[in-house]
Design a protein around this ligand. Structure first.
Ligand SMILES: [Zn+2]
Length: 694
């Protein structure tokens, strides 16, 4: 699974608080009314420097209630405004209302998942429910809906037009038109779904499992610095957990097949059996909600406002990718099997838990890429500096560390992002694992920025090796970790650079959801480019830049496995879609998972595992896991432009910043792509890439 992901954002928040926007310069054709700048909210808390990041659980609740109180008073002002409806008496206060809800929802969402204090996490979860409840209420608010309808057919600047259009669409999709008893049921279901989603995610987070390894001999194959950090405890056992910093290296390097199989089974069984029932509720309630809203299934509902538009197009896309990748997938599987037979002659299959290890062997032996040989060039401090240098150079930005803030954990750092001398946003890096912290990698919004109103803020949450654990600050990263860092940083830049729109629903990452993984997956490409890697990848002892042949081998070896990866990703996408494209009454999710794994993945289901119980996307993304691959199709096309002009060409990068990142959700995604490429996007680059043999 694409563990490096998760936008960690409930569907509700996307449609409610992240669907408005702005344009950089005022449009000349704009009429008199719309030329008025939106008056800034007088609320002093939007001042960046006064935003308190760490606080007590009580304070978090107080702040959340205050945001809610202000939001309610803006709502009152909107509905009671005297006719006629204007931007000033309707859309501007709507912006202010959503700014408060955006702030409260983002804080709750973040702190429920990362705060070290359990009391605060619980308060954040409570606040998350309260805010979501109010958002539901607003989405069903007929007075507010009528206020927006007054703008139908009005002459508006394009960004405002699109903002109003999306808002009206979302109102209708929420069921605002339904009779009151139906709206009552929608409200109840939406509230229940928030709690069910929280249970699903908490059960996974709290169920990190561990394994006692008898002796260091069982860890043969693992990197020495990893072994050094895993010394036997008082009982003589070495503790190994299902967390990423243990799981990933063991699945890749451990010679012991027993160790890999056992840890794989533990990992793929997290939150089982608890989440089997929770998942059943999640599917059932969403199905009921979709039916109430007039859709046959939840998958039909959730795809409607995406680029893909329908559940049947999503199914066709999954099958199309599976078909394109089939040849590569088979070829690669046979290579893995042949490699396995060298050690185990009497075998006719490769297990899922052998895949990472065998791929690594093939990469080392046949493509001369040794992931361990690359690690000394990826010391955490160099990589972090490198991301800042490289993205700064590409997109014309600078970064400045901010000291002296009271943050939620001592490992978290704060940074300002500058365009010339102007500060345009702030971000926080929370990059190392700890107890009860969100276990994957994700970008969290902290504030959605608004032109002339407030600066955007974001948080990166990852689980990289911690330099603060070692006296010399050494923390060597896998190249995969480096890729994850770039990926999440792509989301972060998107959120921050799109943070100067006029309408909150157009600002930040508010584009169609299946376009969201374009900036992130594109940024990964710089981790495979020699010239770019040489900016930061230096040997931690000798200072020697990463050798050209190592990077050449890295590039070649990366190509190996893409077919298997594509087919396995389509297995995940098919699971997500098929759980949601039917009435789930009586559905055996494990049986369906087995069946879909057989159909799409090259690897068989491993008995006794229940991956669906910890498949967090089933809550956050529901039916639309296909979005990663959909975005990748677009990435391969966009990338061809960089390949033509040079990966470090500042003009192309600038154009990407201006045509795709900065507009946020102020235009439809196909228009954004077309303004960058000068033509509509196409499948060809993706097909050619997936079919290309190494
Ligand atoms: Zn992502």
């Amino acid at each position: 699974m694409n563990d490096r992901d998760g936008k960690v954002r409930a569907d509700k928040i996307v449609s409610e608080s992240l669907s408005f926007c702005r344009k950089k310069s005022m449009n000349a054709t704009m009429n008199k009314t719309t030329q008025t700048r939106i008056a800034a909210d007088s609320d002093p808390q939007w001042s960046l420097d006064r935003t308190p990041l760490d606080r007590s659980a009580t304070q978090l609740t107080t702040d959340s209630d205050e945001h809610l109180r202000r939001a309610r008073s803006y709502r009152e002002a909107i509905v009671s405004a005297p006719a006629p409806r204007t931007i000033e008496n309707t859309l501007a206060p709507y912006n202010h209302m959503m700014m408060h809800l955006d702030a409260a929802a983002a804080e709750a969402n973040l702190f429920a998942r990362v705060h070290p204090d359990a009391t605060l996490r619980a308060a954040a979860e409570q606040s998350e429910q309260t805010i979501a409840q109010y958002l539901t209420e607003l989405s069903l608010d007929r007075h507010l809906y009528e206020a927006f309808r007054a703008f139908e057919g009005a002459e508006l600047p394009p960004d405002t037009q699109w903002f109003v259009e999306k808002r009206l669409r979302d109102f209708r999709r929420s069921g605002v038109d339904q009779p009151e008893p139906v709206r009552e049921r929608i409200r109840a279901l939406s509230d229940e779904l928030v709690r069910i989603g929280q249970d699903f995610s908490r059960n996974t987070r709290d169920d990190e499992r561990e394994l006692a390894v008898d002796s260091t001999a069982d860890l043969e194959g693992l990197p020495q610095d990893w072994i050094d950090k895993h010394r036997p405890g008082a009982d003589g056992n070495i503790r190994v957990t299902t967390r990423t910093p243990d799981y990933a290296p063991i699945m890749t390097y451990a010679k012991s097949a027993d160790l890999r199989r056992t840890l794989y089974q533990l990992h793929k069984d997290r939150a089982h059996p608890k989440n089997l029932e929770v998942l059943g509720q999640l599917l059932g309630k969403r199905h009921e909600l979709a039916k109430l809203l007039g859709y046959a299934t939840w998958a039909d509902y959730v795809t409607e406002d995406k680029m893909i538009q329908t559940a049947s197009s999503a199914a066709a896309f999954i099958d199309r990718v599976a078909a394109i990748g089939e040849k590569s997938s088979r070829r690669e599987y046979d290579i893995l099997l042949a490699r396995k037979r060298k050690d185990t002659p009497a075998t006719d299959c490769v297990e899922d838990w052998e895949r990472g290890y065998l791929e690594q062997l093939v990469r080392t032996e046949q493509y001369a890429f040794d992931a361990q040989a690359a690690r000394p060039y990826f010391n955490f401090a160099d990589v972090q500096r490198g991301i800042l240098d490289l993205t700064g150079r590409l997109f014309g930005l600078t970064y400045r560390q901010v000291n002296g803030l009271k943050l939620w954990h001592k490992d978290v750092t704060a940074w300002d992002i500058l365009d010339g001398t102007e500060t345009i946003g702030r971000f926080y890096l929370d990059l190392f694992p700890r107890e009860n912290k969100y276990g994957h990698a994700a970008q969290f919004d902290y504030r959605t920025g608004l032109l002339d109103q407030r600066l955007p803020q974001a948080v990166l949450v990852c689980n990289f090796p911690n330099p603060n654990d070692a006296p010399d600050g050494l923390a060597l990263m896998e190249h995969n970790d480096v890729v994850t860092f770039f990926h999440e940083f792509g989301h972060l830049l998107h959120h921050l650079l799109a943070g100067r729109q006029r309408w909150i629903g157009n600002s930040g990452i508010s584009t169609e959801w299946d376009f969201v993984e374009v900036p992130s997956q594109l940024l990964e490409e710089w981790c495979f480019d020699l010239e770019s890697l040489r900016v930061f990848a230096k040997h931690h002892v000798t200072g020697e830049p990463i050798p050209a042949d190592l990077v050449a081998n890295l590039r070649r070896s990366r190509e190996f496995g893409k077919g298997l990866q594509a087919s396995h990703q389509m297995f995940y996408a098919a699971v997500a879609l098929n759980y949601y494209n039917r009435d789930p009454a009586g559905l055996d999710t494990t049986a369906m998972l087995k069946e879909l794994q057989r159909r799409y993945s090259a690897f068989d289901y491993v008995e006794g595992t229940h991956f669906q119980c910890s498949f967090g996307h089933l809550d956050g993304y529901s039916a639309i896991y296909y979005t990663y691959m959909w975005s990748l199709v677009i990435v391969r096309d966009v990338l061809s432009e960089f390949q033509r002009q040079g990966m470090l060409d500042p003009t192309t990068a600038r154009r990407f910043r201006e045509t795709i990142l900065e507009p946020g959700g102020s235009k439809k995604a196909p228009e954004l792509i077309e303004s960058f490429l000068g033509r509509p996007y196409r499948f060809e680059a993706f097909e050619a890439w997936l079919n290309r043999a190494v």
